[in-house]
Ligand binder design. Structure first.
Ligand SMILES: Cc1cc2nc3c(=O)[nH]c(=O)nc-3n(C[C@H](O)[C@H](O)[C@H](O)COP(=O)(O)OP(=O)(O)OC[C@H]3O[C@@H](n4cnc5c(N)ncnc54)[C@H](O)[C@@H]3O)c2cc1C
Ligand code: SF4
Length: 328
């Protein structure tokens, strides 16, 4: 049996103070829907749990720049069904409601959602080598069963995907993450928040140890007219994405004024290429251009056997998601 201490933090400052010098052996706990699973599998073995659910971080408020700030401890359900989120950022609402199950969404928090860990089964199975769990031990998925794994941005050290649906929509919307730590407050663009695996797949985000997520900021522009979150999965509920597409378009008659495409289930982080999107500004919103955009966004995609099917699947999904968004 492992001894674990449990403390409630009373304020953000208090949470940072409590984690203090015990950063490596401590974890903040939100809804616990991922952390407790990982503890049961002995993948995560924290000695100290700091409960952050009682901090004043559960509001959804207007931001100074005309957007919205989603509190880090607000649940996924309350965020997705919030009047302002549904009205101004329906792409985010749709993505969040496609995730997990109603019960899980009632527990899961916005901060915890961004920090949930990969669903690679070898990562959960402590009897197999896994560089993410134990750096330098090897990657069982490379030559193993890799149907769920990455086709873009992967490395020879890790081919895991990031599982969050919320993060994919947030990447398309250009959201930023607000964090606080002993060095002060800062913001990180969602597109820079998660890291590609490289040769350090165990370092998954640009969050420093001991930093707490306090909120997520959405910019003013919400693409509330033409959007679609397409999630392709094995079952209609309770299943992670094989591939997903967060598509948002701003149209001027039949011309693309602005377009965003973020992909889930294909990489170690939500996959977005703003420079490719920009090439299509001013072009016609039609199938031919959507196909070209899909090919360019997925250039260099590589399969590992069981996941080869994801390459044509994601390209077709991009075209479908953009078509649905355009016809909304
Ligand atoms: C059966 C099942 C199916 C699922 N299906 C999906 C799905 O289809 N799509 C999807 O997106 N998700 C899915 N999920 C994952 C679920 O969405 C996540 O488990 C959940 O969002 C995590 O949030 P939490 O608050 O419970 O995090 P926790 O489990 O509490 O924490 C996760 C991690 O984040 C850290 N943390 C939490 N909050 C903060 C904070 N504010 N600052 C710093 N660190 C923090 C914790 O220390 C921990 O390391 C599924 C989960 C299960 C169990
Ligand atoms: S893909 Fe990544 S998480 Fe999965 S076994 Fe390989 S190193 Fe571990």
């Amino acid at each position: 049996m492992n001894n674990i201490s449990y403390k409630r933090a009373e304020s953000v400052e208090n949470a940072i103070e409590q984690i203090g010098s015990e950063k490596e052996s401590s974890r903040f706990i939100g809804g616990g829907t991922n952390l407790l699973d990982l503890m049961k599998y002995r993948v995560e073995n924290p000695e100290h749990l700091i409960d952050i659910n009682h901090l004043d971080l559960s509001k959804i408020e207007n931001s100074d720049s005309g957007g919205l700030i989603l509190g880090a401890t607000k649940t996924n359900a309350d965020t997705a069904y919030h009047e302002k989120v549904e009205k101004r950022y329906p792409l985010l609402s749709e993505a969040m409601l496609s995730a997990a199950s109603a019960q899980l969404r009632n527990m899961a928090t916005n901060g915890g959602n961004l920090l949930q860990r990969t669903r690679c089964f070898y990562f959960y199975d402590t009897s197999t080598p896994c560089n993410k769990r134990e750096p330098g031990s090897g990657c069982s998925a490379l030559e193993g069963f890799n149907r769920l794994h990455a086709i873009l941005g992967e490395s020879e050290h890790c081919i895991a995907t990031h599982p969050s649906d919320m993060a994919v929509a947030l990447a398309a919307l250009d959201a930023t993450v607000h964090v606080s730590g002993s060095e002060g407050d800062r913001t990180i663009a969602v597109t820079d928040f998660h890291k590609l695996p490289g040769d350090t797949p165990h370092i998954e985000t640009n969050l420093e140890p001991g930093e707490v997520i306090t909120g997520i900021e959405l910019p003013e522009k919400g693409f509330e007219k033409n959007y679609h979150y397409l999630k392709v999965r094995d079952r209609p509920s309770y299943a992670f994405a094989l591939v997903s597409v967060a598509a948002a378009i701003e149209l001027e008659n039949t011309t693309i004024k602005d377009v965003r495409v973020a992909l889930g289930g294909v990489a170690h982080k939500p996959w977005r290429k703003p420079s490719v999107e920009k090439e299509f500004f001013g072009k016609g919103a039609n199938t031919e251009n959507f196909e070209q955009l899909a090919n360019k966004l997925t250039e260099g995609a590589k399969g590992y056997g069981d996941n080869d099917f994801k390459i044509p699947l994601v390209r077709k999904s991009i075209v479908r998601a953009l078509t649905e968004a355009m016809n909304k």
